[in-house]
Design a protein around this ligand. Structure first.
Ligand code: S3P
Length: 453
């Protein structure tokens, strides 16, 4: 866990990045492994779990609801679940730290149990909208009382007589979809979730793996997910694939740093997550998928990324947004090093992530000498080709891990170093980032006043 004191960092321009980058386990799958493990009867065994602050907060929360969650010295996790509907009332506030995924999924899972739970988070999470989850939960008969604007801290009064729900998700959000499905698990009858735009489908895949009755119908207009409530979930052995969202950082660093050649093995390439890699290839990135295979129900490949000086700006298709929603910050760093304009539309959701990610990236990129334009649901970055970014700025990271890592990568290929006001947030999803990037040849240092994480 971080100390909470800011850790200023400086990322210096560096030479070629080379070697193998073993990125941590997938954050989305890690949260779901713990939560579904806690809702199964018996012992779920998890290897490759992301041990970042976000997921560790979810593990603590599962203990607070009565599950037994332990870790072996070799990093294997064991979850003894309490069964669907078996959550007991925590005797204190559940603190989900920085994690929107953690809190929204847990709220859903606990809400159809007859318990009252108060949730809180850090300064970033307590600003984020929760009505998107409490609105559909109200349809089950759940009450929520939070701060103005539907923000945390918030108490959810669960219901002991939930009714099944048919809900069309109004924003493309896997968190909302998953909250409704997890709530529906403990409801007799069929809960139906409709999404107009496909979002990451780990919850659906994993529910099936845990033995729930779930069907997905896809038409040109929508995905219709039907879940039959009150199954007995069967404990699983889960090998969490490595996170494509974390892999994006060494991959993009290699693409923009002269002479680089980096292999990032074992990356989950679920099509609902892999939009960045398609986009990079369209921009002209030398990005090769090696050894494609399937592991634990997810497509996986080793990614090889080589310095790609001929990348060009493109218009990123709006319909791809959900499959790369967490990768726009690092894409904007690549765009700043490509030739011409990269236009990113249909991305209103970026404004309500751990920070307003359009604003955070646009401010820092402009300060680094890059041309950025933005509107409510779009932004564009116009690059002047490899090595053209001046740098020399101090980026404000706003308690947002992806903003911090994106600016660290920007510094590697800029003319002058890029400074971060606070590298602490990196620990939420990628605690080994500094060491892993250093081993490839990056030069990131903790600058002053730092207290070890
Ligand atoms: C996630 C869904 C996405 C994503 C987040 C992880 C998930 O959020 O940004 O990092 O695991 O379900 P939204 O559902 O709000 O788009």
């Amino acid at each position: 866990m971080s100390s909470g004191n800011p850790i200023p960092m400086t990322s210096h321009p560096c030479g070629a990045l080379t070697g193998v980058a073993e990125v941590p386990g997938d954050k989305s799958i890690s949260h779901r492994s713990l939560i579904l493990g806690a809702m199964a009867v018996g012992e779920t065994v998890i290897t490759g779990l992301l041990e970042g602050d976000d997921v560790l907060d979810t593990a603590k929360a599962m203990r607070a609801f009565g599950a037994d969650v332990t870790r072996d010295d070799d990093g294997t996790w064991h979850v003894h679940g309490v069964g669907v509907g078996g959550f007991s009332e925590p005797d204190r506030v559940v603190d989900c730290g920085n994690s929107g995924t953690g809190v929204r999924l847990i709220m859903g899972a606990a809400s159809t149990c007859p318990i009252s739970v108060t949730y809180t988070g850090d300064a970033s999470l307590n600003k984020r909208p929760m009505a998107r989850v409490t609105d559909p939960l109200a349809l089950f008969g759940v009450q929520a009382v939070g701060r103005s604007g539907g923000r945390l801290p918030m108490t959810i009064v669960g219901t002991d007589a939930p009714v099944p729900v048919r809900y069309e998700v109004p924003v493309p959000s896997a968190q909302v979809k998953s909250a409704v499905l997890l709530a529906g698990l403990n409801v007799q009858g069929q809960t139906v979730v409709i999404e107009k735009e496909a979002t990451r489908d780990h919850t659906e895949r994993m529910l099936e793996g845990f033995g729930a009755e779930i069907t997905v119908e896809e038409t040109n207009e929508a995905r219709l997910i039907t879940l039959t409530g009150q199954p007995e979930l069967k404990p699983q052995t889960i090998a969490v694939p490595r996170d494509p969202s974390s892999a994006a950082f060494p991959v993009c660093a290699a693409l923009i740093t002269p002479g680089s050649d980096v292999l990032v093995p074992g990356i989950g390439l679920n099509p609902t997550r892999a939009g960045l890699y398609t986009t990079l290839r369209e921009m002209g990135a030398e990005l090769i998928y090696e050894n494609m295979r399937e592991e634990g129900g997810e497509p996986v490949a080793d990614l090889r990324a080589r310095y790609s000086p001929d990348m060009k700006g493109i218009r990123v298709p709006e319909e791809r947004a959900a499959s790369m929603i967490d990768e726009y910050p690092i894409l904007s760093v690549v765009a700043a090093n490509a030739a011409g304009e990269t236009f990113m539309g249909g991305v209103k959701e970026l404004r309500v992530k751990e920070s307003d990610r359009i604003d955070a990236m646009a401010s820092g990129l402009r300060a680094a000498g890059v041309t950025v334009e933005d509107g409510p649901d779009w932004w564009s970055v116009t690059g002047a080709g490899p090595g053209s970014v001046a740098g020399g700025n101090t980026a404000v990271t706003h308690l947002d891990h992806r903003i911090a890592m994106s600016f660290a990568i920007l510094g590697m290929a800029a003319k002058m170093a890029v400074h971060l006001d606070d590298g602490n947030p990196i620990a939420t999803s990628f605690p080994a980032f500094e060491g892993l990037m250093a081993a490839l040849g990056a030069r990131i240092e903790r600058t002053s006043g730092s207290v070890a994480a």
